[in-house]
Design a protein around this ligand. Sequence first.
Ligand SMILES: *Cc1c(COP(=O)(O)O)cnc(C)c1O
Length: 456
Amino acid sequence: MEQPLLFYSTNLQAEAVPFSQALLRGQAPDRGLYLPQSVPQISQDDIAGYSGLPYHEIAFDVIRRYLVGQIGEGELRELVRDAYDYPVPLEKVSGRKYVMRLDQGPTASFKDFAARMMGRLMQHYLKLNGQKLLILTATSGDTGSAVANAFFGLDNIQVVVLYPRLEVTGRQRKQMTTLGRNVHVLALDAKFDDCQALVKQAFSDPELEHLSLSSANSINIGRLIPQIVYYFYAFSRLAMENHPERIIFSVPSGNFGDMMGGILAMRMGLPVKKFIIATNANDEFPNYLETGKYEKVEPSRNCISSAMNVGHPSNLARLVALYGGMMDEKGNIHRPADMALMRKEIFSVSISDLLTRETIRKAYLEQHVLLEPHGAVGWAGLMEYLKINPMDDRQEQLCVSLETAHPAKFPEEIRQLTGLDPPLPASLEGLDEKPEFINSLPVDYLDFKKFLLTTF
Ligand SMILES: *Cc1c(COP(=O)(O)O)cnc(C)c1O
C-alpha cells in the first residue's frame, strides 16, 4: 500500500499519526485536534465527473484520498455504500438558490452523515486489532442521537452520552434513551459546555487510560472528513456543465465541524466563492472575524437553534490552523491567523431568535419552503450576506444553504409559526411507545469518573 497521509495536532506537541490512530484517539495527546499535514487535491476534471455519480461514490472518491494506505478500496466502497443509503434532496427556493436537506438519515439530522461513517470506520479498525473502545460524547441534542444510533449494537464499542437536561427536546432525548444495550445516557442539570468540559477532563485523566476512551464529538477527524462530501455533491448536481462558476454556501454553525468540512472541500479544489458562517446569538466567531480578537461567550446563550448553543466552537482551532495561525484548546491565540484571507473567503453573521422565527414563517408562507430553526439561521445568513453584497445577489449566482435537521424535530415551534404540523419521517415514528433508559448525574467530575470506573 501507499504511504499514508499523516495527521498532525493543532497544538503542535504530539507526533503526527496516520488516519486509523487519529480516528481511534479522537483528541491528540497534547489536547490538540488532528488535521491532515497536506490537503489532498481533486482536479477540476474529477469534480466535473462527479455529476454522473451517486452520493456514495462521490463519498468514496473524496474519503479515499485521506485514507491512502489505510484501508482497502473494496472495503471502503462497502462502508460508504452501507452508510449512505438515504437521499440528499436539493430543494429549489428561487432562481439558483437552494436548500440542501441533510435531514434524511436515521436520526433526521446532518450528523448522521458523519456518525455513520465514523462508526463503520472505527468498527473496521477495532475488529482488525481485536480492540475495544469506550466512546464519550457530549451532546446538545443531535450528536448524541446520531452517534448512539450509528454505534448501537456494535460489539467492540460502548457509548456514553452526556446531555444538558433542559436543552434537548423530548424527541431528541428519546432518540438516545430508547436504545439501551451498549448505549448509556447521562442527563445533567448543566449547559452543553459543562458536559463537554467533563468529557474533555476524562480524556486527559491518566487513571482512565485503561478504559480506551475516545470521542465522537466533532473534534474527531473521522467525523470531519465525511462532512466534506456533501459540498462536492451539491456542486456536482447544480453547477452548469462546461461553464466555470463558483458557489456560495451558507452553513448554520455551532461547533464548526460542518463548516470545516466545507473549508476543506474548498482547499481540495471545490470552486467556492464564499462561505457564510451563520451563528445564533452565540456570536464569538462573527466578532472574531471582524476584530481579530477572540472572546468566548461564557456561559453560552440559549437559543431556539439549540444544537448551535456553543460559546467556544471546538473546531475553531482547526480553522485558525488552516489560516496559518495557532489557537490552543482553551481559545488562546498563540499565532494570529491570516485574517485578511479569512475575511475574503468567509462571511459571518449572528442571527437572533426573532429573525430565525421570522425566517421560518416567511420562507413557508412566501416560498413554500419548510425550515427548522437551524436551517433558518443558515438561510437568514444567506439573505443578510446578499443584502450587504448586492453584486452576488444575481439570478445566475449559485447559492446553497444547508438544512441540518428535519422540521419534525421541532414540531411546537413550526406549528406556531406556520400553522403546519410537520410530517414525521419514518425514522422518527414509534419513539413515544418505547421505554427510556436514563441515568442522572450531578455536574461534578469525580462523580462522572466514578460512574465510568464502576460501569466499565
Ligand atoms: C450539530 C448541529 C449543528 C451545528 O453543527 P456544527 O458542526 O457543530 O457547527 C447545526 N444544526 C443541527 C441541527 C445540528 O445538530
